[in-house]
Each structure stands twice: as C-alpha cells, then as structure tokens.
Design a protein around this ligand. Structure first.
Ligand code: NAD
Ligand code: MG
Length: 300
C-alpha cells in the first residue's frame, strides 16, 4: 500500500484495498503501526507537498502513527516545522516520522509523554515556543478508543482515561496554545463519525467525540476576534493502530469500513489534506466547521 498514487484521477472505491480476513489482528494498546499488516499508508511516499504551510510552526499530537503521522508528514512536506507528541511506548513509530520530516529539511522535535497529564500538555506548548520559535498550528489528533460491550463492564477508570485523553488534553492544549498564537493561527481538533452515529460498544469514546465538536464550535467563536480559527476533522473508519489495539473487536476488522458508501476503510493519508486545508490560509473564512472525511456517510 505504501507506494500508492494519491494524485492521479482514479476511482476512489478501488483506490485502496478493502478489508479482508488478513486484517484481523490484535496488539496491546497503544499499538505500533510498523507491526500492522497491511501497514497503513500515512503518506510516507504518497503525500507530496506544495508549500501551503511554508514557515509555519506546528504541534501535532498522536504524531507517531495513523492519522497524526499522516498530518505530521504532510505538514512538514508543506513547509512547516513540527513538534511531535506521542506516548513513550511508541518511540519506534515516532523515530520513522522524525526521520521523514528531517528528510524534508524541516525541524522535527520529539516530545513523548502522557496527554492525561496537564503539566505535560502545558510543557508541549512551552517547548514549541522555545524550540520552534512559536506556535501557528495546533493539530490535536491523539485519541483513546477501547471498546466495551456492556456498560456494566465499563469502569470509571476507563471512562476517566478516555475523557482525559480525548477531551481534557484538548482543553489544556488549546488553553496553553491560544496565549501564544498570532492572528492567522489555526487549531484543528479530531472528532469522529462516532459523534453522530455512535457504536453501542463505544459509549465513552463516542461521547468524547461529540464533546470535541461542541467544544471546538464554542472556542471558535471565542477566539475569532483574535484571528485564530478552530475547526474539526471527523474521520470515518480509517486503518490505524487504534483499531487493532482494542478499538474494535478483532473479528470485525475483516469487514472494517465496508458499511460506508465507498465500501472500504480509509487510509491515514486520505485524512491529511483536510488537516492541511484547515491549517492553511486557504480556509481563511472557515471556523467552527467540521470537515467529515468518512467515505461518504451523510453527517450533520
Ligand atoms: P493511532 O493509534 O495511530 O493514533 C492515536 C494516537 O493517540 C497514538 O498514536 C498515541 O500517540 C496518541 N495517544 C493516545 N493516548 C495518549 C496519551 N494519553 N498521551 C499521549 N498520546 C496519546 O490511531 P488514529 O486512528 O490515527 O487516531 C487518531 C485520531 O483519529 C484519534 O483522535 C481518533 O479518535 C480519531 N479517529 C480515528 C478513526 C479511525 O477509524 N482510525 C475514526 C475517527 C476518528
Ligand atoms: Mg501510535
């Protein structure tokens, strides 16, 4: 999948493979992209930049794998320097991203840590200001998803950890970043189709994704007069470690994405253009908006 052509006109239905029985696999949380089979396409060879973010300074969370990795690679190829956040266990994936960014001639500052910790979130923004010289883009892509079939088995610990990872971290990072952002800066938060079409087994996760939409739409209005825009990307089923590391029952991975109108799962690189567009000046009159990148499922 890695040498895929992302630019020539072609049928999106067959652009990437559909899930098969081989997609059934299981890793412990948070999972490693390099151990997935097939390895997802995060744009390593397929995303080409064109200077749309020249000179920008960006913080990307979850930048080691999946969608965050695709965003980090795309932002660097569009000309931005990057501060990467990820969990310490994900160093093997993150190293590859750092190398790919450095090959573009941009800065890649790696800062592993736990986004459930408010101090780490504050330090991430302080580090961006110190090491990159400021922050123009905050892409909150990190997220936690662990399926639980029955509310009786959903622990307070998990409910808390999902909210801390997905909602509180976004609050802490936005709060710290806004203090440093100049007019023209952009925040992009990551929701999900789960915000509108929640799976019964993703009670905690789906609820955080609805909260992310609403938080972003309120914050967008609050900071508009400072010249800061806040938008959201809401992916549908995308082939990433999240899904094979407890995000879905393993059995279901054989048909992952087949219920979308396009009939297949998305690849992380297919999410990157949405994050680039919302970060760039091209989206100057768009704020408080959710861009649904979900294979054609109708969404509000
Ligand atoms: P992924 O596993 O590749 O990325 C998630 C990342 O979140 C991890 O790599 C990890 O670095 C980070 N993370 C999680 N908990 C953390 C913590 N406590 N501290 C620091 N980092 C932490 O999977 P992905 O699918 O690319 O996920 C990216 C985003 O996309 C998530 O917000 C997810 O909810 C969202 N999303 C994914 C899908 C999908 O089908 N893959 C669909 C809709 C939305
Ligand atoms: Mg990861």
């Amino acid at each position: 999948m890695k040498d895929h052509d992302h630019y020539t006109m072609q049928d999106p239905v067959s652009q990437y493979p559909k899930a098969t029985n081989e997609w059934k696999q299981k890793q412990p949380e948070p999972g490693l992209q390099k151990e997935m089979m097939p390895v997802p396409d995060s744009g390593e060879t397929s995303y080409h930049g064109s200077g749309r973010l020249a000179g920008r300074k960006a913080v990307v969370t979850g930048a080691d794998s999946g969608i965050g990795r695709a965003v980090a690679i795309a932002y660097a190829r569009e000309g931005a320097d990057i501060l990467l956040s990820y969990l310490p266990e994900e160093e093997a994936d993150a190293k590859e991203v750092v190398k790919l960014i450095e090959e573009t001639g941009r800065k890649a500052n790696a800062m592993p840590g736990d986004l459930q910790d408010e101090q780490y979130c504050e330090q991430l923004i302080t580090s961006a200001v110190e090491k990159l010289g400021g922050i123009d883009i905050l892409a909150n892509v990190a997220g936690k998803q662990q399926y639980v079939e029955d509310i009786a088995d959903l622990t307070t610990e998990q409910f808390d950890a999902t909210f801390k990872s997905n909602v509180y971290s976004m609050f802490w990072l936005c709060k710290a970043a806004v203090k440093h952002m100049k007019p023209g800066s952009s925040i992009i938060n990551t929701s999900s189709i789960q915000a509108y079409k929640p799976s019964p087994i993703l009670l905690d996760y789906a609820t955080t994704k609805a909260a992310i939409n609403t938080f972003s739409k309120a914050l967008a209005q609050q900071v508009a007069s400072k010249g800061i825009r806040v938008n959201i990307v809401a992916p549908g089923p995308v082939w990433t470690p999240l899904q094979v590391a407890g995000g879905q029952p393993t059995e279901k991975l054989a048909e992952f994405g087949s219920n979308t109108p396009l009939g297949r799962a998305g690849q992380p690189v297919e999410m990157a253009p949405a994050y680039v567009f919302l970060a760039s000046q091209e989206s100057s009159y768009i704020s408080g908006e959710t861009l649904n990148a979900n294979g054609g499922t109708p969404s509000p």
